[in-house]
Each structure stands twice: as structure tokens, then as C-alpha cells.
Ligand binder design. Structure first.
Ligand SMILES: NC(=O)c1ccc[n+]([C@@H]2O[C@H](COP(=O)([O-])OP(=O)(O)OC[C@H]3O[C@@H](n4cnc5c(N)ncnc54)[C@H](O)[C@@H]3O)[C@@H](O)[C@H]2O)c1
Length: 285
């Protein structure tokens, strides 16, 4: 659906790993809508070579940066401003990783060094990017910054572990920095709270298949997929949403407003009749 919602706009997209990534879909859609951007990810992830393909497809340079490393972020902004010979208009933060989730450490048995890494990668990196951008005065007035979040910031969901704490912090950074950046430069900062989505990061969530079945049954509009998330992200980068800032916006088919749905109730009733189902006492958190 080519159009020109982002015509003339320039940006940085963090977090496209492969074609399943939400950031990958955002890059494709932003390109369709006339934007130019720089793609970035960690040096390690760039070694897989996938991002170069997206770079070629969208005519975008690929610049490596570990989003926890201030020097990398500074270099990324310097190179981006040079490439465009001017400031940018949008940033996507689509970054998340928990070593505790990877190592299957339960929430009541966290490794605290890992927890610090989870917070640094998944939340504090957002602050670092915003702080560098502001110090370099890298974003044009009425620019838009979006980070991707999840409802585990507000509600407890089985298996989401310390990523829930990271998402709560991420959303708080969007509000705190949104005030400062809005007041000083008219730049808006929002988070999108996305449905569970089958990506590399999403597949790391324990019980993702059951979770996605549950949220699909609970959501009147069904789960939102990565492409739909990209469409919504484009609206937030566009000039049509200039007065939306400091918000966490649910993009989840209505899941966040539900308590119980008929479709989920039917499933629950069926499992009550189930003789082979495990005893809830035997299920680990
Ligand atoms: N998939 C889901 O179910 C879901 C739901 C809600 C929110 N989100 C969020 O969406 C965002 C994107 O995730 P995704 O689902 O597209 O998965 P993904 O695995 O494709 O993307 C995660 C990205 O984070 C990058 N990353 C990790 N450490 C980094 C670092 N130090 N510096 C820079 N980049 C780093 C990875 O290389 C990868 O590109 C994440 O914030 C995730 O928490 C995902």
C-alpha cells in the first residue's frame, strides 16, 4: 500500500534481526511510505548478514551499534546525521533481551548480573538513545520516537520473567523523557504495547503457543501481528499524530480491556472436563 505518509522523513530503526522482526516490517512499511532511514543492530547480529538484504531492499545504510554502549550510539548518530546531511524525524526502539529468560532462571531465582543486563538492553538503552539524541540535537521539531512494549508492564503473565520489570521501566522512560523532549523540542515519545507475536524474541517467551491461543481467544479483534504493528507504528511517525505523546498505546486487538471472553470460557470449560490435564500445583511459575 504505497503512499507518502512519511515522505521527506528520515529516521533510525533499531532491532531488525530477520524478516520476522517487528522492526523489519516497520522498515519495509516506512520505505513504502517514502521515508529514508538508517538500520542498526548489534555487531554480532549483523554477522548473520540478513540486515544487509533489508538495507539493499530499502536503500538504507546499515550501521552497527550495541544499544547499551554510549560510544556506539554516539557514533551511530554522528554517521546518521552526516549521511542525511541534517537531522532525523523518527526513531524506532525495537530491542529486547533477557539472559535470565534465555537461561531459564525463574523469577524467584534471578541472576542479578543478568537482571542488570536485561534492564540495560531492554529499557536503559532507550534512555541512552534519547539522551544522546538530545545532546546532539539530532531530531527535528515534531519528530516522533516509538519503543515496543508488552502488557506484562501492567499485568503479571506467566513466564515473562524479568522482562516485565524492563517493560515497566521502558514505559516510564517514555513518560519522563517525553515531558522533557516535548517541552523543549516538541518531540513526542510513545510506547506501543503489542500482542504476543511470533518473532525470535517472542519465541523465547515460555509457553508462547498457549499464550497466543489465549490472547487470540480473549481479544475481540484477535491478536495483532507484526505487520499490523508496523502499520500502527507508521501512523505514530506520521504528522497525523503530532499531539500524541507520553502514552503507552495498546495494539492488542482489545485484549487489555477484557476480563473473560466467551471463546476463552469455552476452552476453560473444556479443560475442566479434561482427565489428563496437569495438576495446577505441579506447574512451575
Ligand atoms: N514478539 C512479541 O511477542 C513482542 C510483544 C510485545 C513487544 N515486543 C517487543 O518488540 C521488540 C522487538 O522484538 P521482536 O519481537 O521483533 O523480536 P526480535 O528478536 O526480532 O528483535 C529483538 C531485537 O533486539 C536486538 N538487540 C538485542 N540486544 C541488543 C543490543 N544490546 N543492542 C541493540 N539491539 C539489540 C536483537 O538483535 C533483535 O534485533 C522488543 O522490544 C520486544 O520486547 C515483542
Amino acid at each position: 500500500m504505497a503512499s507518502d505518509l512519511l515522505s521527506g522523513k528520515k529516521g533510525i530503526i533499531f532491532g531488525a534481526l530477520n524478516e520476522k522482526s517487528i522492526a523489519w516490517k516497520v522498515a519495509e512499511k516506512a520505505h513504502e511510505q517514502g521515508a529514508e532511514f538508517v538500520l542498526t543492530n548489534t555487531p554480532v547480529s549483523l554477522r548473520f548478514g540478513e540486515l544487509d538484504k533489508l538495507g539493499e531492499k530499502t536503500n538504507s545504510p546499515v550501521i552497527p551499534a550495541d544499544a547499551t554502549n554510549i560510544d556506539d550510539i554516539r557514533n551511530l548518530f554522528d554517521q546518521t546525521l552526516k549521511h542525511f546531511d541534517g537531522k532525523i524525524d523518527f526513531i524506532l526502539h525495537s530491542i529486547g533481551m533477557s539472559p535470565n529468560v534465555r537461561k531459564k532462571n525463574n523469577y524467584d531465582n534471578l541472576n542479578y548480573d543478568f537482571l542488570m543486563k536485561t534492564l540495560d538492553i531492554s529499557a536503559i538503552s532507550f534512555h541512552k538513545i534519547l539522551q544522546v539524541a538530545r545532546k546532539k540535537d539530532a531530531i527535528n521539531e515534531w519528530g516522533s520516537v516509538v519503543a515496543l512494549s508488552y502488557i506484562a508492564a501492567q499485568r503479571t503473565l506467566y513466564g515473562y520473567n524479568d522482562m516485565a520489570d524492563a517493560k515497566a521501566m521502558l514505559e516510564s522512560i517514555a513518560r519522563s523523557f517525553g515531558y522533557i523532549y516535548g517541552r523543549d523540542r516538541k518531540i513526542r515519545i510513545n510506547t506501543i504495547s503489542q500482542s504476543p507475536t511470533r518473532t525470535t524474541a517472542g519465541s523465547g517467551v515460555r509457553g508462547i503457543d498457549g499464550l497466543m491461543d489465549f490472547t487470540e481467544r480473549m481479544s475481540p479483534l484477535g491478536n495483532a501481528d507484526a505487520e499490523e504493528c508496523a502499520d500502527f507504528t507508521i501512523t505514530l511517525f506520521s504528522d497525523l499524530t503530532r499531539k500524541v505523546t507520553m502514552q503507552n498505546i495498546y495494539h492488542d486487538g482489545g485484549f487489555s480491556s477484557m476480563g473473560m471472553s466467551y471463546r476463552a470460557m469455552q476452552m476453560y470449560k473444556r479443560s475442566l472436563d479434561c482427565d489428563d490435564c496437569p495438576d495446577p500445583e505441579d506447574i512451575e511459575d
